[in-house]
Design a protein around this ligand. Structure first.
Ligand SMILES: Cc1ncc(COP(=O)(O)O)c(C=O)c1O
Length: 409
């Protein structure tokens, strides 16, 4: 499928926009286009989607905080006291006392010397990774790392390589190989997701950190799906493995998932934070969060510290649901977290299962190639602490009924 190019004399005549239509049509033909479902109201356990009341089973709002009264109240109050927008980028005139308070509170929550808040998790990875490793350096990345890490690595001038998914032995092989490089690499940066979002498995961060330490490598973990879920009171993967800051130097995360709001962040040493905000172009050159967002994030940290029941409920629900689905004969893969994939293999079956679940009142999206291997299409369910046990029974009943109809179980 070529763009239209014609030549008149020495001048190449190009159609500047024909690819837009052609490539979109190609996606539609192959059923690879995103068909957006519209949420008509808040992201609550029972919510309105495309005019239908359904059980939310696929949001990243693990603890139900996006609709927590304390977060909503804090956001509304901040608009009254600080206005609707921040007015600028952080380094010019867009740093408010609220931004500073959030970073202080987050660092305390994370037991880190300091934290820095970015506009999104994507902006944190895309802005910071290229600054941590340059021309004389090497980045070693898990082969299944998130797209925002991949883009951050692409923006770096460092050499790059991958190790087999969550395989410390392969990481060691790559590190040993790296030591043969001449001249020796100045720095080595190892990056991994904490929880992998397609399968819900947890990176062996303790082993990764150990292997890295033997080579003086810096360890960077993206804990987007571990925060609010793993570790003491939802403090994340570094807490889960009881690793000190000397073992994992960069703990990156997001306020867009369990925290229920939006925004990326990194935590670590004061040196890391001073370096990060002076160097990350995504932080320096993009407007800061509006007051309502920042205040809601502060309230989310408050809720995590003062209401530990949400994390407990999340895990109770997770164990109950996984066991029920396994007992029914579904393949739930290697998940160890509230992300439970229901692997059905064929992408057509996954799409049918999702469509029928929706008809019956359960909202859970299919994940198909190219996001996962062609024969590993699935429904990805994500548990939510705001659900009730009877909601889980309802969803399990629907999975059983439709799973049998489609001969998956
Ligand atoms: C592992 C991982 N890292 C980073 C991000 C980006 O986070 P944000 O939504 O804050 O941009 C996501 C979100 O999909 C993610 O799953």
């Amino acid at each position: 499928m070529d763009d239209k190019i014609a030549q008149r004399g020495l001048i190449v005549m190009r159609d500047p926009t024909v690819f837009l239509h052609q490539e979109y049509e190609e996606l539609v033909k192959n059923e690879l286009d995103w068909k957006l479902r519209i949420l008509q109201g808040p992201s609550t356990p029972w919510c309105n989607v495309d005019g239908k009341k359904v059980l939310m089973f696929c949001s990243n709002n693990y603890l139900g905080l996006s609709n927590h009264p304390k977060l909503k109240e804090a956001a509304m109050k901040a608009i009254q006291t600080h206005g609707a927008g921040s007015g600028s980028v952080r380094p010019i005139a867009g740093t408010m006392d609220l931004h500073m308070e959030l970073e202080k509170r987050l660092a305390e929550f994370k037991n880190a010397e300091a934290s820095l808040v970015y506009q999104t998790g994507f902006a944190a990875n895309a802005g910071l990774i290229p600054q941590l490793a340059g021309k004389e350096d090497l980045i070693i990345s898990d082969e299944l790392n998130h797209g925002s890490i991949i883009d951050g690595v692409r923006l770096s001038h460092a050499e790059r390589t991958v190790y087999k998914h969550s395989d410390p032995a392969d990481l060691r092989r790559v590190l040993d190989e790296a030591e043969k490089h001449s001249p020796p690499y100045r720095r080595i940066l190892i990056i991994t997701d904490g929880v992998f979002s397609m399968d819900g498995d947890v990176a062996p961060l303790d082993e990764i950190a150990k292997a890295g330490a033997e080579h003086g490598a810096m360890i960077y973990v993206d804990d987007a799906h571990g925060e609010g879920v793993l570790g003491e009171g939802g403090r994340g993967i570094v807490s889960h493995f009881k690793l000190g800051r000397d073992k994992v130097q960069v703990e990156m995360g997001t306020f867009s998932k369990a925290f229920g709001v939006v925004g990326g962040h990194v935590s670590g040493s004061t040196d890391l934070v001073n370096y990060a905000y002076n160097k990350s172009r995504t932080w320096l050159l993009s407007g800061s969060h509006p007051p309502a967002v920042v205040a809601a994030c502060i309230a989310a940290v408050d809720v995590l510290e003062s209401e530990p029941q949400h994390v407990r409920t999340l895990w109770d629900h997770t164990h109950f649901f996984k066991k029920a689905m396994k007992d029914l004969g579904f393949d739930v893969g290697r998940s160890e977290t509230p992300i439970t994939p229901i692997i059905v293999g064929d992408s057509g079956v996954a799409k049918k299962l999702s469509a029928k679940l929706f008809e019956e009142g359960v909202f859970a999206l299919p994940i198909v190639y190219p996001m996962v291997a062609r024969d590993k299409a699935r429904i990805r369910t994500i548990m939510n602490a705001a659900l009730k046990r009877e909601d889980l029974d309802f969803a399990i009943g629907k999975f059983e009924k439709i799973g049998k109809e489609l001969r998956i179980i």
